[in-house]
Write a protein that binds this ligand. Structure first.
Ligand SMILES: O=C(CSC(=O)[C@H](Cc1ccccc1)CC(F)(F)F)c1ccccc1
Ligand SMILES: [Zn+2]
Length: 154
């Protein structure tokens, strides 16, 4: 399990650098982040949270006590993400953050977003996300811009 940066650490306030080399070291980092997220019972984790200021995060929705209706989604590695379009409609929801333990905040997020990102092999993917998955993407995307839950809480 990798050490998780906590709120206030500089790495969480930096804008992360783009990923340019898709090598075995990147695969290893993604593997370790996935394991760390699962050990911490998270539904997402961003590289800056494990002290690596890189444009990379993992999202993995699964039903949990707070979101019993969350869709079951295989873990997805998201690299160099862009949000191309966002719905006008916003939805309030409860979020947590592995870097701000024991805190839960109500956060407004776009209900649907069109996103573009690379996977671990460097292939570009472009798709619409909505609901809880869109929420996780927006939360992790914020981490890559140096924005945390505290700045977003309503
Ligand atoms: O699974 C968690 C633990 S917190 C979590 O998984 C964060 C991701 C997240 C939770 C809830 C909404 C959006 C993103 C992980 C972080 F901070 F590393 F990104 C959870 C907490 C509140 C509501 C729903 C789920
Ligand atoms: Zn977070």
């Amino acid at each position: 399990m990798l050490p998780i940066a906590t709120y206030g650490e500089a790495v969480l306030r930096q804008v992360a650098a783009p990923v340019t080399v898709f090598d075995s070291e990147l695969h290893q980092l993604a593997e370790q982040m996935l394991h760390t997220m699962q050990q911490a019972n998270g539904v997402g984790i961003a590289a800056p949270q494990v002290h690596r200021s890189l444009q990379l995060f993992i999202m993995a929705s699964n039903p949990n006590p707070r979101y019993p209706t969350a869709p079951i989604m295989a873990p997805q590695v998201v690299i160099n993400p862009q949000i191309l379009q966002a719905s006008e409609q916003m939805v309030a929801g409860e979020e947590g953050c592995l870097s701000i333990p024991q805190q839960r905040c109500q956060v407004m997020r776009h209900q649907a977003i069109e996103v573009k990102y690379q996977d671990l092999s460097g292939e570009w993917c472009q798709e619409w996300l909505e609901g809880f998955i869109a929420r996780i993407f927006q939360h992790e995307f914020d981490h890559l811009q140096g924005i945390t839950l505290k700045e977003r809480a309503t």
